[in-house]
Design a protein around this ligand. Structure first.
Ligand code: GTB
Length: 218
């Protein structure tokens, strides 16, 4: 069955892998599922054809036969449940891996998104100087807790799983802030994720799109 995802026609990050199609591409690469990509412009994302797939007018979406999904957590979990390699077989270990996926999205990602909003969307506000250290400290609390859990382990709970794919994807957004470097085991954890051949293929694929769109704009 053909799998089609959507991605930015031109990502605001210029292809640094921060847009959320990268985590879906990574999951598909990990399980060896070929996929097609439909590129969408910001305008097309808000038009009825795309809104029928994604009620919030965002990317990525996932189509497989008559199944259409949005939300990267749901998409990656769907891929992991239907292919070997991203979730443990043991029922308890599987449930824990899913719990860590939720933790990445619901507990770790929100303060990281707050930082992106504070810097990018609200960077010119008079209160930004006071707000930024508060937001950064909330991230440090989460990173400290995550770092304590990970300790010297390679992955969150045994072998690499969709939990690590999601957590590394979320943490990657912090790279430019320098915050990750305050936690050497987390920096090494993210580097381990990025070193996976499947991640490299996913990154290269989204970069190729953005390099091509940059060329056509020149
Ligand atoms: N909760 C949803 C999910 O996980 O699927 C969130 C999806 C989402 O935020 N999609 C963004 C989007 O479509 C792209 S990934 N935005 C357009 C819109 O809302 O109109 C977020 C993103 C965008 C850009 C960068 N960047 O340039 O660094 C990083 C992340």
């Amino acid at each position: 069955m053909t799998v089609t995802i959507t991605a930015f026609e031109r990502s605001p990050d210029g292809g640094r892998g921060l847009a959320r199609d990268t985590r879906v591409r990574w999951a598909l690469e990990e399980v060896g599922q070929p996929y097609e990509v439909r590129l969408v412009s910001f305008r097309a994302m808000k038009e009825p054809a795309h809104l029928a797939l994604h009620p919030f007018g965002q990317i990525p979406t996932y189509e497989e036969g008559d199944l259409a999904l949005f939300e990267t957590g749901a998409i990656v979990l769907h891929i992991a449940r239907h292919h070997a390699g991203l979730l443990p077989d043991d029922a308890h270990a599987r449930a824990r891996a899913i719990a860590w996926m939720f933790a990445a999205l619901n507990t770790v990602e929100p303060p990281i998104l707050d930082l992106a909003i504070a810097r990018i969307l609200e960077g010119d506000k008079p209160w930004t100087g006071e707000r930024l250290p508060l937001v950064e400290d909330r991230i440090r609390v989460r990173l400290g807790q995550l770092s304590a859990h990970l300790g010297a382990a390679d992955w969150l709970d045994g072998a690499f799983s969709a939990a690590d794919l999601m957590m590394v994807s979320v943490l990657l957004r912090l790279r430019s802030s320098g915050l990750l470097d305050e936690y050497p085991n987390l920096a090494a954890y993210v580097a381990r994720g990025e070193a996976r051949p499947a991640y490299k293929r996913a990154f290269a694929a989204q970069l190729a799109v953005n390099t091509a769109s940059q060329r056509s704009a020149d």
